[in-house]
Design a protein around this ligand. Structure first.
Ligand SMILES: [Zn+2]
Length: 297
């Protein structure tokens, strides 16, 4: 790849990240204004606060969409698919349903999404929770993530100690969100070195690195390529259909996951199969003393 191409990609990446961060911050702001002092954040409270400007309809919409927002003067209609409520869950709704409502609220609260809908732009059926590559969908996901897991409620929990999967699961239960959402948000807020990657069909779909990694030049999970970590490949080969829940662990070098990693460093890999979305998540953690932070590279 040429230097210019690489530079352009880096600029695009930063620009996207800035947009997504803005969406997340707006979600957090809405949670703050609604007055939540402890988790979980209930998106229905946010709807209620809009005093009739949003009407919501939950139903089993099959495989049509997860959620949908329409403008019908004078209000917005928010549809959400309750088919996921059939899966076991703790709160009133399955975490996927709450996340979807948060996502649709993202289309409502973000000015450029809202004015598009009010200006006659057609409603679209959303696929939520990081399943879409389209920027508006990713923005809405980021909004939902900030709303349901705002930094002012989650940040301290995340940075109390070096990350463990158990701590992530505990936080997931407290915030009543899915493990996928919590892992992504955890990594975003974490000052320790960690990362998350999603695998589908033996290829890396998406991934994120924590501030702890970014501080030492480890930025971007390699996407769209086959998994190259030997332990992860072994785990996948046991059942690559990802239709049954299972967990495992292994290790590799960070260069197996991150492009242009500036250094070598051993990462612990924890594997989690998520049958509902037929993907596998990999939680990567590194010991702080194993990564050079003196920036001598
Ligand atoms: Zn959407």
């Amino acid at each position: 790849m040429s230097m210019t191409k690489q530079k352009t990609m880096m600029i695009e990446f930063r620009f996207e990240q800035a947009k997504l961060r803005k969406a997340t911050e707006l979600g957090e702001q809405i949670a703050k204004e609604a007055g939540f002092l402890k988790p979980p954040v209930d998106p229905f409270v946010v709807i209620r606060n809009e005093q009739g400007r949003i009407k919501h309809f939950g139903d089993n919409f099959g495989s049509d969409f997860d959620g949908r927002l329409e403008f019908q003067r004078p209000s917005f209609l928010l549809f959400y698919n309750t088919k996921y409520d059939e899966w076991s869950h703790a709160g009133k709704h399955h975490p996927k349903v709450s996340f979807t409502i948060g996502h649709e609220l993202g289309h409502y609260f973000q000015e450029h999404h809202r004015s598009y809908l009010m200006g006659g732009g057609g409603a679209h059926g959303s696929l939520t929770e990081f399943q879409s590559n389209r920027m508006v969908e990713r923005e809405a996901d980021s909004f939902s993530s900030g709303l349901l897991m705002p930094k002012f409620l989650l940040g301290k929990i995340v940075n109390r100690a070096a990350p463990t999967l158990d701590a992530v699961k505990q936080a997931r239960d407290m915030f009543q969100v899915s493990l996928t959402s919590m892992l992504v948000r955890w990594v975003q807020l974490c000052d320790f070195p960690c990362a998350v990657a999603s695998i589908r069909g033996e290829k890396v779909g998406w991934g994120y690195c924590s501030t702890g990694f970014k501080n030492v030049g480890i930025y971007q999970i390699i996407r769209g390529t086959r998994v190259s970590s030997r332990n992860a490949k072994e785990f996948i080969s046991q059942d690559s259909s990802f239709t049954n829940f299972r967990e495992g662990s292994g290790y590799s070098d960070i260069s197996r996951w991150v492009g242009n990693a500036n250094q070598k460093c051993v990462v612990t890999e924890q594997y989690l199969v998520v049958p509902s979305t037929q993907q596998m998540l990999v939680f990567l953690t590194a010991e702080e003393e194993d990564i050079a932070n003196d920036r001598d590279w």
